[in-house]
Design a protein around this ligand. Structure first.
Ligand SMILES: NC(=O)c1ccc[n+]([C@@H]2O[C@H](COP(=O)([O-])OP(=O)(O)OC[C@H]3O[C@@H](n4cnc5c(N)ncnc54)[C@H](OP(=O)(O)O)[C@@H]3O)[C@@H](O)[C@H]2O)c1
Length: 282
């Protein structure tokens, strides 16, 4: 029942404004880099349609992801869902003018007049781009600004940048396989009012490979999880400072599976420990 499910999607608030967004979104790296391939484009269209039908809104892209921005923009227009989406992308180049050109190009490809969130990808030339992003935010060209990385080796630098308090969103790797962010970074983000987007929730799929063919424990089903993917996503959503998690896929069944993790309560500390113990014992 898509309508019923949409109303049930867990929402989290963006600390700087109180605006809410659904806690599970869609990452477009690899999955949406489909170019002109008709079969893969049809699959991506169904995944995006499923996201919106089931109440999701957040999509995350980057100029680094080949044709993904153009494909997202084209499919959102074809499906007529542009106004429903919370669109995040990134700047991934060096130099002020090159950054401006790239961001303007991304907006054309994504077919938006104003971006919901622009992030500095992997901290590339971060000081330069953050200055531009502050100007763009003041001028209303973007609604929020952020910084991203995919590796715990960058967490100290991310922490240094969010500490003064001017960063709306930080996007980081965080999962049962890569839990380092909970040592310090998640706490600092909560303290400074920085929203957290989680990338690599399945460690780029490696966690799902690790449990392939293994039965989901009965207690996981009782906790409202029908798949390993849901169990791993729910563990992430059990961290209160996580605002949104963006698993990557263009498979509509996987999209629906991931969105189901945002239905029902997020696990408490005891259940999170049980999930972690089970995963780590394998
Ligand atoms: N530095 C950065 O800013 C940065 C770095 C990395 C990632 N990201 C962002 O974060 C997103 C997510 O990270 P990621 O794509 O690297 O890794 P991920 O989300 O941890 O894993 C993606 C893999 O999981 C599989 N998958 C997804 N949902 C599934 C389900 N329900 N059941 C079974 N398999 C499932 C996908 O396969 P199928 O395609 O078959 O579904 C894909 O192989 C990216 O797409 C990107 O938007 C940002």
């Amino acid at each position: 029942m898509p309508a019923a499910r949409a109303a049930e999607q867990l929402q989290r608030s963006i600390p700087k404004t109180g605006e809410t967004i659904p806690a599970v979104g869609l990452g477009t790296w690899q999955g949406f880099d489909v170019g002109e391939n008709a079969a893969e484009t049809a699959e991506a269209r169904d995944a995006l349609k499923t996201l919106v039908e089931l109440g999701g809104r957040v999509i995350d892209s980057s100029p680094m992801y080949g044709s993904a921005e153009s494909v997202c923009g084209r499919l959102a227009a074809e499906l007529g869902v542009q106004s429903k989406l919370f669109v995040a992308t990134k700047v991934w180049t060096s130099g002020k003018q090159a950054g401006i050109r790239q961001m303007e190009d991304s907006m054309r490809k994504l077919r938006v007049e104003r971006l919901d969130l622009m992030q500095v990808h992997n901290l590339v030339d971060v000081t330069t781009h953050l200055a531009t992003l502050r100007d763009w935010k003041a001028a209303g060209r973007i609604r929020y600004l952020g910084i991203t990385h995919y590796h715990s080796g960058a967490h100290a630098e991310l922490e240094r940048l969010i500490k003064p308090g001017g960063i709306d969103f930080v996007q980081i790797n965080y999962s049962l396989a890569e839990p380092e962010a909970e040592r310090r970074l998640l706490g600092v983000a909560a303290d400074r009012g920085t929203a957290v987007i989680v990338n690599r929730p399945f460690a780029q799929g490696a966690m799902l490979d690790r449990v392939k063919g293994r039965a989901l424990p009965e207690w996981a089903r009782e906790a409202g999880c029908a798949s390993w993917a849901q169990l791993f996503l729910k563990w992430i959503l059990g961290a209160p400072s996580v605002t949104c998690v963006i698993p990557g896929t263009r498979n509509p069944r996987h999209m629906a599976d991931n969105l189901a993790a945002a239905v029902g309560p997020a696990p408490d500390a005891a259940l999170r420990r049980r999930i972690a113990d089970h995963f780590n014992s394998r």
